[in-house]
Design a protein around this ligand. Structure first.
Ligand SMILES: Cc1ncc(COP(=O)(O)O)c(C=O)c1O
Length: 402
């Protein structure tokens, strides 16, 4: 991985300050550019939302706001409050996710959020009751667990038995019940297949599938129009540095073809993107505190582990990484260092699961150098075991954004 020079300069400056370096560095320039670019290339009717679960830091919300994202996809009341605090209006929020509490749904209705995405029949009844109490109606999308699975994706949200949405084959039974609820205004479907997808064709297949469902619903219920369709998130990033990035232009072209084929022009299409927007705007930077040889393999111990950057362990992958050399003096003659070898990077936690990277080839590294992990802007700190072992929370340093 090549560390951008402005990031490397900041790391050096921070490392020279004397205290142990362990931080995230954020520069949201890439995120802003991506949002602007998507707005320029996507078919008419496509609205890009930032899925703030990827990174709820104010810098990322500000980047989304200032670059003109249509709004925020929220999955909790806490997210709603953060988004509003950063300047999004409640009308710019779309609310997804299983297990929404009465308090959360009530907040959404009271504040007039744009859509609530129903994940079960029970949730539909719960929301309908709240709307009845408050004397209002709420626009809703129905989330479907499609009988479709992108096998190669890092995380799948549909196909098989899932906690998300309503199984596709139950639609014929469930939809009339939802349509009969007087305080819900059914606007369309939400089908999110998978996260971390690099192959455009796989995500387009999902779009086609939803279009097919919408067409079927409109044939079965002539009074219904699915005028809002949510494809979820899922645009991937090239964690493995394979050289094959997700191609948003090919996606936009494919989606336009589908819209034309189905005659769905004039409708609204939501994209709720997290990883693709946020990942390359963050770097996790952690100081190497120890290096030892254990039965022929170097164990490189860093200041932060899965308490601060859990994703590589959780998904059993290596993130792209590099080492910033600091040329610190050795503490004793014969101190271990890394030279042209494949090594293990871990954190300071008392668990074998505390992996940052394994079998990663490193040209040179020594104690005091800084290990830098890329694509850490998405699902970084807030997806980590922050409280485990009570280490100090890493700093989050914003280089640009405000
Ligand atoms: C409902 C929903 N929308 C959007 C996203 C964002 O997905 P991604 O980061 O793959 O774009 C997620 C991720 O879990 C999600 O659950």
């Amino acid at each position: 991985m090549k560390i951008p020079s402005r990031i490397e300069s900041s790391i050096r400056e921070l490392a020279e300050s004397g205290s142990t370096l362990n931080c995230y560095i954020y520069d949201t320039t890439a995120m802003r550019e991506k949002i602007t670019n998507l707005a320029a290339i996507m078919p008419e009717g496509v609205e890009v939302f930032y899925a703030m679960k990827a990174n709820p830091h104010a810098a990322f919300l500000q980047a989304a706001l200032q670059a003109g994202a249509r709004g925020i996809e929220i999955a909790s009341l806490g997210e709603a409050e953060k988004a509003v605090a950063e300047g999004f209006s409640a009308q710019q929020l779309i609310y997804t996710g299983p297990g929404k509490s009465s308090e959360e749904l009530r907040w959404g209705v009271e504040h007039g959020i744009r859509t609530i995405h129903i994940e079960s029949l029970l949730e539909a009844h719960r929301l309908n009751g709240i709307c009845a109490e408050l004397g209002g109606r709420q626009d809703v999308l129905l989330r479907i667990n499609a009988d479709f699975d992108i096998h190669e994706a890092q995380t799948t949200f549909s196909g098989g038995s899932k906690k998300f949405g309503i199984d596709e084959e139950k639609l014929a039974d469930v939809l009339p019940q939802i349509l009969a609820l007087p305080h819900l205004n059914f606007r369309g479907l939400h089908v999110y297949a998978a996260s971390g997808v690099l192959r455009v064709e796989d995500l387009l297949k999902n779009c086609e599938l939803v279009f097919g469902m919408a067409r079927q619903i409109e044939a079965d219920y002539p009074q219904v129009i699915c005028d809002m369709i949510d494809f979820g998130g899922g645009f991937g990033v090239d964690y493995l540095e394979s050289g094959h990035d997700f191609d948003p232009v090919a996606y936009a072209e494919g989606l336009q073809r589908l819209i034309d084929d189905y005659g769905f022009g004039g409708r609204t299409f939501f994209l709720e993107l997290g990883r693709y927007l946020a990942a390359d705007s963050g770097w996790f930077c952690t100081e190497i505190l120890d290096i030892k040889d254990s039965r022929g393999k170097k164990q490189v111990i860093c200041a932060g582990g899965i308490n601060h950057f859990r994703r590589p362990a959780a998904l059993a992958i290596n993130h792209p990484m590099a080492v910033v050399r600091m040329q610190r003096p050795a503490l004793f003659a014969g101190q271990e260092k890394v030279l042209d070898e494949a090594v293990y990077f871990g954190g300071p936690l008392c668990t074998g699961a505390d992996k940052l990277a394994n079998n990663v080839y490193i040209e040179a590294a020594a104690v005091g150098d800084i290990a830098v992990f890329g694509y850490a802007g998405a699902y970084g700190l807030t997806m980590s075991n922050i409280e485990f072992l009570s280490h100090e929370r890493p700093r989050e340093i914003v280089l640009s954004g405000f």
